[in-house]
Ligand binder design. Structure first.
Ligand code: ADP
Ligand code: MG
Length: 408
């Protein structure tokens, strides 16, 4: 599997050429404030390299999940404003994707200038299942590059999507792997081949069925899987325990039972929390107490209690496993870390990751945001991945359309 790299493109010469770059600017917003600019900072180097080399850079990106037409709350404006603050070059934002504004601004770009097109998902064709529809949108994006254009995919967070700006443009232009995509793939390769053992995987978060899917491919690869976050309740239920009002995906119980059955043969151990923080309701100021994981309904809140974090004993046990590891992959917060009272488990895991000699990888948008909002520095971790879904699908062993289209 080889792809042409950004350095090869730069060596070919880009001065005066229109280079289409797919970036991942899908950042969390609070109104019009960017609450975690990690993905913007991670996208900057490639855009800057091209700008420095004299390219006229056209950046495509998405934000959130608009329904295929413009919606002010999904505008890239806040993200681009932050990019402009960080960038030493001129950045403009078009008012549309491939309309009048994009064409006019693209036409007036000078060498080294950067134009970001509006949220590509404002056009329904971007995510269409119909190849011809996506292709038509890709044609319009490609037309903006004139007759000597090229494409650089640097949006690792979107490589698992067969979308026009990720996949179809790459079938129409000479295409190159951006440095961020390259780095991410190198890191993920370390988690799938010749992995240094013990290899500990920490899984949490709220997208339970997404996270459960990755386990299949980890059985036999990971030595230990630490289970926290919302999915732990499906594990407890699979073991026959009651979980009161906690997040539960009942239809996934047989899947979990199958994993548990196969785990010991595969040489992978699951570690399920032995204690849980149970709350009276889903709120920052909810009453809460620590109970045994197999007695959640025995808390003072009875059948209406909800588990919002792993307990302190479990957090300490997880931390020990992490400190004894050589490789750690973490995806998904251990609890509702957004509420201080339920951030203890997530904080303990983040802390352990900074103390272990292991090579550590944090994947997942909320997990990355969690370590930053809890006050940790990016440099304290081996790698913080910009792509949650993409890194999980890579670890699942799936074909990622945005990566394979770059292979030749
Ligand atoms: P990531 O983006 O890192 O992949 P997810 O999107 O799957 O992670 O999940 C993140 C969310 O999971 C956080 O907003 C957190 O509040 C929530 N979460 C964690 N534990 C629980 C729990 N026990 N119950 C409900 N939500 C939880
Ligand atoms: Mg998330």
């Amino acid at each position: 599997m080889t792809s042409h790299t950004l350095n090869e493109l730069i060596a070919e010469g880009v001065r005066g050429r229109y280079i289409l770059v797919r970036s991942d600017l899908n950042v969390p917003l609070d109104g019009s404030t960017v609450t975690d600019d990690g993905r913007i900072k991670a996208s900057l180097p490639v855009i800057e390299k091209l700008s420095d080399a004299g390219a006229r850079v056209l950046v495509t990106a998405h934000l959130g999940r608009p329904k295929g037409s413009p919606e002010a709350k999904y505008s890239l404006k806040p993200a681009v404003a932050r990019l402009a603050e960080l960038a030493p070059f001129k950045v403009q934002l078009a008012e549309d994707t491939v309309g009048e504004s994009a064409k006019e601004l693209a036409g007036s770009l000078g060498d080294g200038d950067v134009l970001v097109l509006e949220n590509v998902r404002f056009d329904a064709r971007e995510t269409s299942k119909d190849d011809a529809e996506r292709g038509a949108f890709a044609d319009e994006l490609v037309a903006l590059t004139g007759d000597n254009g090229a494409f650089v995919d640097d949006a690792f967070g979107a490589v698992h999507r067969k979308h026009a700006s990720v996949y179809d443009v790459a079938t129409r232009l000479p295409s190159y792997q951006g440095d961020l995509v390259h780095t991410e793939v190198e890191v993920l390769r370390k988690l799938t081949t010749d992995t240094q053992r013990p290899y500990v995987v920490v899984l949490g978060g709220s997208k339970v069925s997404d996270k459960l899917a990755v386990i299949d491919n980890l059985l036999g690869k990971a030595d230990t899987i630490l289970v926290g976050g919302g999915m732990l309740f499906t594990f407890l239920a699979a073991a026959g325990h009651k979980v009161a009002g906690s997040l539960l995906e009942a239809d996934q119980i047989p899947v979990v039972q199958d994993y548990l059955k196969r785990a010991s043969d595969a040489g992978t151990a699951f570690v399920i929390p032995t204690d849980v923080v149970v709350a009276s309701r889903f709120a920052a100021d909810a009453e809460h107490e620590v109970v045994a994981a197999d007695a959640i309904e025995d808390s003072s809140f009875g059948a209406s209690g909800i588990g919002l974090d792993i307990g302190p004993v479990s957090a300490a046990a997880f931390a020990e496993q992490i400190k004894a590891a050589q490789t750690v992959f973490w995806n998904g917060p251990m609890g509702v870390f957004e509420f201080e009272a339920f951030s203890g488990g997530t904080r303990a895991i983040a802390q352990a990751l900074t103390e272990t000699p292991a090579f550590t990888v944090v994947g997942g948008g909320d997990s990355a945001a969690a370590v930053r909002t809890l006050g940790f520095e990016d440099s304290q971790f081996g790698h913080i991945s910009t792509g949650g879904g993409a890194s999980l699908e890579y670890l699942e062993g799936k074909d990622l359309p945005g990566l394979s289209v770059l292979d030749r």
